[in-house]
Design a protein around this ligand. Structure first.
Ligand code: FES
Ligand SMILES: [Fe+2]
Length: 382
């Protein structure tokens, strides 16, 4: 791990242009393989919400850059995570669809019916008896690390993962700065899934700059005027928040909504938008009455699945006539506008001529690239 300091990106005026990643970094199968091994299989990744596995025996299945894993709630109420691979002869245990469900009394392999409890212990091996010198205790499922923060579930495929809290805080922006939104209490109200024909880093980079906003997002710049100037961060506000247009209290086309506002925020939060990129695959958008998260699943060098989830207070969801559509529709519009330009960028970076540049308002992208280089063990550009 390279320990060189990354340059400051907040409050920077004396920026000099920096190079982007290379075309190969966005397109090559070799680089993608390097990312899998050095970044995704060593760090932590967000894979969903705790509420999806609320009860003992409930599970979710995810494809983590080509490795199928599942998370299950055990009988003590703790999440446990495993490779989705039978300890007998490797059969895939759970299907990708449905992506969540209940295991019943135990998890049974569809091939020879070996079964496992929710801690991965081998319970039963039909026709293979313990007196055959076969110790079931010696063949548990292959466990992986799992942790929860703010209602999000994270897994790490590392053998000795860094502590989750430390990992989360070692991000230029971190959801740990937003305890006051009490995200663990929020519940899923809507989910949209997009298949984007672009490298995952192009999706992340697009999220972290607003030079494209005046051109691509005419509706968004109506709600957040600062974005017209191509800036993603208002130096005048705390925590990098962006003021919504005068009088707006919700992230909708009209700036208002019927949803009750979150309790216990700071006064300025009620007119503010915060966008947080939690390295490497979670982006959280905080609004006064809702939260929208993008979960990014790289799917090869040129494809990314983006899951957009909308969370609300449980009491808001319980209200008769609960209608999240004004927020969902605005975000869906913005998302589609973004994916269109991400896909177009992917086409261009594939050219052998490509050499890109980051001006000052792209400085968060450069920082993301430096962190990426750190994780991959490459020298920093500085
Ligand atoms: S491969 Fe799973 S029980 Fe045989
Ligand atoms: Fe955008």
């Amino acid at each position: 791990m390279v320990t060189q300091e990354r340059p400051r990106v907040r409050g920077v005026e004396d920026w000099r242009p920096r190079p982007t990643l290379t075309g190969a970094d966005y397109t090559s199968a070799v680089v993608y393989e390097e990312e899998r091994e050095r970044l995704f299989f060593r760090g932590w990744l967000c894979v969903g919400r705790s509420e999806e596995i609320a009860e003992p025996g409930t599970y979710l299945v995810r494809d983590v850059v080509g490795e199928s894993v599942f998370v299950v709630r055990n009988r003590d109420g703790e999440p446990r995570a495993f490779y989705n691979v039978c300890a007998h002869r490797g059969t895939k245990l759970l299907d990708d669809e449905p992506a969540c469900g209940h295991l019943g009394k135990a998890l049974k392999c569809p091939y020879h019916s070996w079964s496992y409890d929710f801690d991965g212990h081998l319970l039963a091996t039909p026709n293979v008896h313990e007196d055959e010198q076969f110790e079931r205790d010696d063949y548990p499922l292959h466990a992986i690390a799992v942790g929860e923060y703010g209602g999000f579930l994270f897994v790490s495929l590392a053998e000795h993962p860094r502590p989750l809290g430390e990992w989360l805080r070692n991000s230029n922006e971190t959801i740990t700065d937003f305890e006051r939104y009490r995200m663990a209490e929020l519940r899923l109200g809507r989910r949209l899934t997009y298949d984007v024909a672009a490298n995952w880093k192009i999706v992340v980079e697009n999220y972290n700059e607003c030079l494209h906003c005046p051109t691509i997002h005419p509706e968004l710049v109506q709600v957040i005027p600062l974005f017209r100037k191509g800036e993603v961060w208002d130096g005048e506000t705390a925590d990098g928040g962006n003021l919504m247009i005068e009088g707006a209290t919700s992230f909708t086309a009209t700036g208002v909504s019927d949803l009750p506002r979150f309790p216990g925020l700071l006064d300025p939060d009620y007119g503010m938008y915060y966008g947080v990129f939690q390295f490497p695959n979670l982006m959280v958008n905080l609004h006064p009455d809702s939260v929208m998260a993008y979960l990014i699943y790289p799917n090869g060098p040129g494809r990314t699945t983006v899951v957009s989830e909308f969370y609300f207070r449980p009491e808001a969801i319980a209200l008769p006539g609960f209608d999240p559509s004004p927020t969902v529709e605005l975000w869906d519009l913005i998302s589609r506008q973004d994916w269109t330009v991400c896909e177009r960028a992917q086409l261009g970076v594939s050219s052998r001529s490509f050499r890109g540049v980051y001006p000052r308002k792209d400085r968060l992208l450069f920082d993301f690239n430096e962190r990426w280089r750190q994780e991959l063990g490459r020298p920093l550009v500085g």
